[in-house]
Design a protein around this ligand. Structure first.
Ligand code: ADP
Ligand code: MG
Length: 690
């Protein structure tokens, strides 16, 4: 196998790797020796030096040496063997729950021992459970490890030691076999071979803390390549989509002007800028791929309507998809109010549209008399066929995965043509995250609210002051305002959550008998839920008790108070979304975060951020810091954003350079680009196929 490079050598060629181990390795995505080299340590432990027993800290891993001072079987809650080990700085206990009589006999008072393990606080003070032990002979000192010990991600049936062993074997192969350097000279920072040798086997002089934070230059070199791989993969997806044609949509009929003239308000500067960007994209004869970010209430709907109008003016159809029935219904109302007077017909498809109504809608979509079709993901279904779909708009896109985005694109595929695509999200995405998670999309930001809004005033109150909060609700409602009372997720169960909302509604009924109270939760039938929300919208109920179903997009300008129970259970981005349901009218609005008795220090910090700012971008940055990318992007995308070594928070500063490098590679070294993607993402279709 001398002439082969490491990405061509199968793991089965390694000594000691048989079919069974190879199968287990493949579960970790490891097929070749290159895959093993890029199977990177999670962290490092230091077995290169002996620590003083007196200085041992709980929850750290240590190597200690000492003399056995006592060894007894003790009967606590569980029988165990307790051995006391002393050096000239202190004494510590070793505890074994499983032990053989041989071990018990060997641990003799007076003998010398070297142990390795994690220090815990136990019933006898500091203890090490089941340490690895070696007996010492003072005449022949045992050598210590020369290298820091790497700890790898692994799977059942492959021990750390086994994993280390095979990776070391591959490291030794690196002398005679080539590891192909995929970064062109211009981007190369240091030799990959040197970097990988260091990362798998750092010398005992290496800075372990820096390594465990992932901040060592060798790790940064790899993080760069990994982020580059993700970026390349998304850019390729984008290239593939844009290699298709899309119908250029020219503005005819002055529809746009007529729409804007009839609109009861003037567009904000940000709305104008973003819709101009979209307008230009739609003139192109290849598909638009644009993401519009705008905080809650920034006015994304009208921007979507303008895009749809351009499409209709060009004689084509547009589709608008919302994540829930309630939101879809709301869009339908806005679109009908704005566009019916201009003679534009709106079609309507959701799971609820059945029987003859459905047949009729399907017919109108097919013959093109429905010019703009609004709905939920039911729009994807095979029976829905458009006459000439040229634009798809997806609202609140963080609720949909990349795969769903791609599915809707398939809908309008027509020979080599696919529709333009506009996605809108109310979750502000920190720039670094947007640059990596949405590298396949152009981004526009609506960074301005319509005039006349006053920021929501947020207060944080303990549940023991609940009565005061109830009084506030009463006051607001008797003054002609409306209020939300939101019950949050209980241990991931929407059933329990629904029950909590029911109980709270019953409680508030008793305490506020003069108010009309509605109840909306995820366990209701969709019809019942939307009816409740419609009643609230129409002002027929004054207080809406709800679960987080009201999180997205519900628009009731008269609601000026929101109470959120147990806000500590939610992420900041989600709290911000919820809070965005108030502050939509001219009245000053308030949000009460009613926290439970077990609020942690970190929880209190997070609620403080909510009190301090109404800026969704700031909140998203904080959320990214505190809870990581998964929280900010929504759970769907967490898996897609799992990195081996990179960390967006830590390595975000690399992204501008990565963006440029990715473009350079795709342009000048397309084969290397492909190989880098393969190296880091495997052959799997992580970002979906085109
Ligand atoms: P979101 O960005 O959260 O989807 P919407 O599009 O629902 O926001 O807009 C929120 C409210 O603001 C709606 O009632 C909408 O009619 C109104 N609105 C949008 N743009 C403007 C504007 N430029 N001036 C005044 N009101 C506006
Ligand atoms: Mg909206």
């Amino acid at each position: 196998m001398t002439s082969q490079s490491l990405n061509q050598i199968s793991v089965i060629k390694l000594n000691g790797v048989g079919a069974q181990l190879a199968l287990r390795l493949s579960k970790l995505g490891i097929e070749t020796t290159q895959d093993l080299l890029f199977h990177l340590p999670l962290r490092y432990i230091d077995r290169t030096r002996v620590s003083a027993i007196g200085g041992a800290q709980p929850n750290t891993e240590v190597v200690i040496e000492g003399t056995i001072r006592g060894c007894d079987v003790v009967f606590g809650r569980r029988r165990s063997l307790l051995c006391r080990l002393q050096d000239n700085t202190g004494i510590i206990s070793l505890r074994f729950f499983h032990f053989s009589s041989a071990l018990r006999n060997n641990l003799k008072v007076g003998s010398h021992l070297r142990c390795y393990g994690e220090v815990k606080i136990g019933s006898s003070g500091l203890e090490v459970y089941h340490p690895e032990c070696q007996f010492l002979d003072p005449a022949h000192p045992l050598p210590l490890q020369q290298y820091l010990t790497a700890v790898y991600p692994t799977t059942e049936g492959i021990s750390q030691q086994r994993m280390r062993g095979i990776i070391l074997q591959v490291l030794s192969l690196m002398n005679e076999h080539q590891l192909i350097e995929l970064l062109p000279e211009k981007l190369k920072k240091s030799s990959l071979t040197t970097v990988l040798k260091f990362i798998h086997q750092p010398p005992n002089t290496a800075a372990i803390e820096q390594l465990n934070k992932g901040e060592h230059p060798s790790q940064q070199r790899l993080a760069f390549e990994e982020l580059l791989a993700h970026n390349l993969s998304l850019l390729k997806l984008r290239q593939a989509v844009q290699s298709h044609k899309a119908p250029p949509l020219c503005n005819k009929d002055h529809l746009r002007g007529r729409f804007l003239d009839a609109l009861p308000f003037e567009l904000t500067g940000a709305q104008k800028r973003v819709s101009f960007e979209i307008q230009k994209d739609l003139y192109n004869s290849y598909p638009m791929l644009r993401l519009v970010q705008g905080d809650v209430g920034s006015g994304k709907t009208v921007v979507a309507a303008l895009a749809a109008i351009q499409c209709v003016a060009a004689g084509k159809q547009a589709a608008l998809m919302a994540p829930t029935e309630i939101l879809a219904e709301q869009h339908r109302q806005s679109f009908e109010a704005w566009l019916n007077p201009l003679g534009i017909q709106i079609g309507w498809i959701t799971g609820k549209v059945k029987g003859q109504a459905r047949t009729q809608q399907l017919g109108a979509i097919k013959d093109g008399s429905a010019q703009i079709v609004i709905g939920t993901h039911a729009l994807f279904q095979e029976e829905v066929s458009f006459r000439d779909l040229a634009l798809t708009i997806i609202d609140e896109q963080h609720r949909f995965g990349v795969h769903q985005r791609l599915a809707l694109k398939e809908k309008g595929r027509n020979d080599d043509q696919i529709p333009h695509q506009l996605t809108m999200t109310a979750t502000p995405i920190p720039r670094t995250l947007a640059m990596s998670a949405y590298a396949d999309l152009d981004c526009s930001v609506i960074d301005q609210s319509p005039p006349g809004r006053s920021p929501v005033n947020t207060v944080v109150i303990a549940d023991c002051n609940r009565q005061k909060v109830i009084d506030r609700v009463q006051k607001a409602c008797t003054n002609g305002r409306q209020a939300y009372w939101v019950c949050t997720l209980i241990e991931e169960s929407d059933l329990l959550e629904a029950q909590a909302a029911e109980a709270t509604a019953a409680e508030l009924h008793l305490l506020l008998p003069q108010l009309k109270i509605g109840l909306a939760h995820g366990k209701q039938k969709t019809g019942e839920k939307s009816a409740t929300i419609a009643q609230f919208k129409a002002g027929k109920t004054q207080l809406l008790v709800a679960t987080t179903v009201v999180e997205v997009g519900v628009d009731v300008p008269n609601a000026s108070l929101m109470v959120i129970e147990n806000p500590e259970r939610l992420g900041l981005a989600q709290l911000h979304q919820l809070r965005g349901r108030v502050g939509r009218g001219k009245e000053e609005s308030h949000c009460v975060l009613l926290y439970g008795p077990s609020l942690s220090q970190q929880g209190a910090e997070r609620l403080k951020i909510m009190r301090q700012t109404n800026d969704g971008f700031k909140i998203a940055e904080m959320d990214l810091k505190l809870r990581g990318a998964g929280e900010v992007l929504g759970t769907r995308q967490t898996g897609e954003m799992a990195f081996r070594i990179a960390d967006l928070q830590r390595d975000g500063h690399l992204l501008p350079e990565i963006k440029l490098s990715a473009e350079l590679l795709l342009d000048q070294h397309p084969l290397n680009a492909q190989a880098i993607i393969r190296r880091w993402l495997g052959d799997g279709e992580r970002y979906g196929q085109v």
